[in-house]
Write a protein that binds this ligand. Structure first.
Ligand code: PMT
Length: 408
């Protein structure tokens, strides 16, 4: 990261949200990695954090007044717009997103964003209801379509006491998005990746099903990471509440049988498969066309086994790289290693889902990536985006034949 960010000119725009103080950590990290930083604050942001802190960390004056010129011969919003290699708005409120989306330029930050030709990256942070408000979501989608990059907020307890999506993404994830932009790491260019994500639903009747708590976040993070590295990505996902990652072909499915069909169709043309979906091992033997009535005191449910999609991929494997996942509660490594052999995998990510911060639903993960020859690579607790990149890095390091396939 250090080499990539060295001497890069980053303008950080800070807007008025409680997460404004976290921008200080980002500026500090950028400086540690050799970047140069200049900070623009909105008037509201100065209520949350002192410009002096940012001035000290960035080693530059902080810009917040449209009409006070730092140099008498320069117009700040134009000189900052030209100076920036990248402009990151951290945190980005609903207000700034709405203004930029609708071309409003009424302060130093918005005029600079309008005037710059540099890539603009937004890291939104706000109350979860605000974030989910369809107006905000439409603005985000519209800006994404115009090429603005978004680092999605995390889920958790917000400063207002509400719990949900809206927390500023981890600083390491924002730093990664900035670095990715510079690297434009295209180490997966020419590679087709198949990712599965989320749970499956196995219906008993039209309104009831068997499922599991997978949110799809891990699989979506892998798909987004592969796409940002130049891969052509097919994402087969069970029902989740996530927006499709930029540049990914999404295939929504519900049941294990539907996932099986779709995956088998896509598989022959793919070079790598990340099988992170939590597929139901069983489905009800009978499906009731109408809602089951509670007429009797006991209801016995007979389940039948679903096909093991990954095992079938292993059986049909030619020269694809197969990365399986193992969500385990005990004998984690032993069970994961057994799955590598049984399913003819190249790698498996052993996820001890009893550990805090690992596995289902949350924004972080940690686990051991195990190779076919028994090498164990520990991936520490990281945001799921960063976790995905680390996993891809490790898989690529050990898959030299992919480079050959790329050139075919
Ligand atoms: O979605 P999140 O909330 O972000 O959570 C991420 C996760 C915990 C779901 C993910 O990291 C994970 O561990 N996924 C695998 C979960 C799982 O089903 O593990 P398993 O041990 O039951 O299955 C082993 C492997 O076989 C998996 O790659 C699974 O996709 C595959 N499988 C399992 C059963 C089946 N019928 N078909 C399959 O392909």
């Amino acid at each position: 990261m250090e080499a990539v960010l060295k001497e890069k000119k980053v303008v950080i725009g800070i807007t008025g949200g409680i997460a404004a103080y976290k921008a200080a950590e980002l500026v500090s990290s950028l400086m540690k990695h050799g970047a140069r930083a200049k900070v623009i604050m909105t008037k509201n942001a100065t209520e949350f954090i002192s410009p002096l802190t940012l001035e000290t960390l960035s080693g530059n004056p902080v810009y917040y007044d449209m009409f006070s010129r730092t140099s008498p011969w320069e117009i700040d919003h134009i000189s900052l717009a030209k100076w920036a290699d990248v402009l990151a708005v951290v945190p980005a409120t609903a207000n700034i997103i709405g203004k930029v989306c609708h071309g409003i330029a009424d302060d130093l930050l918005t005029t600079t964003i309008m005037a710059t030709q540099a890539q603009v990256i937004f890291a939104p942070a706000m109350n979860t209801n605000m974030y989910k408000n369809p107006i905000v979501q439409e603005n985000i989608e519209a800006l994404k379509k115009k090429g603005y990059i978004f680092v999605s907020p995390a889920e958790g307890r917000l400063a207002c006491g509400d719990v949900g999506e809206g927390k500023l993404a981890a600083i390491e994830d924002i730093l990664r998005a900035i670095t990715d932009y510079f690297v434009r790491k295209q180490d997966l260019k020419g590679i087709r990746v198949l990712v599965t994500a989320g749970p499956t639903r196995e219906y008993l009747d039209p309104v009831r099903f068997i499922s599991n708590p997978s949110s799809g976040k891990m699989g979506f993070a892998i798909a987004a990471a592969c796409a940002s590295r130049g891969a052509e990505v097919e994402l087969v996902t069970g029902p989740v509440r996530l927006s499709p990652p930029e540049g990914v072909n999404m295939h929504p499915v519900e049941t294990a049988l539907e996932m099986y069909e779709r995956v088998m169709k896509l598989y022959p043309s793919c070079h790598i498969v990340f099988k992170s979906a939590a597929v139901s091992d069983y489905r009800p033997q009978a499906y009731h066309e109408q809602k089951i009535k509670k007429d009797s005191d006991r209801l016995v449910l007979t389940l039948v086994k679903n096909p093991d999609i990954l095992k079938e991929l292993g059986r049909r494997k030619k020269d694809q790289i197969l990365v399986g996942f193992a969500a385990e509660t005990h004998n984690v490594l032993e069970n994961a290693m057994k799955k590598i052999r049984e399913k003819n995998l190249d790698f498996i990510l052993a996820n001890d889902v009893t550990q805090s911060g690992a596995g289902f639903m949350g924004d972080t993960n940690k686990g051991d990536l195990i190779t076919r020859v028994g090498e164990i690579i520990e991936i520490p607790l990281l945001g799921k985006n960063e976790f995905a990149h680390r996993m891809i890095d490790e898989v690529l390091k050990r898959s030299p034949h992919l480079a050959i396939r790329k050139n075919c």
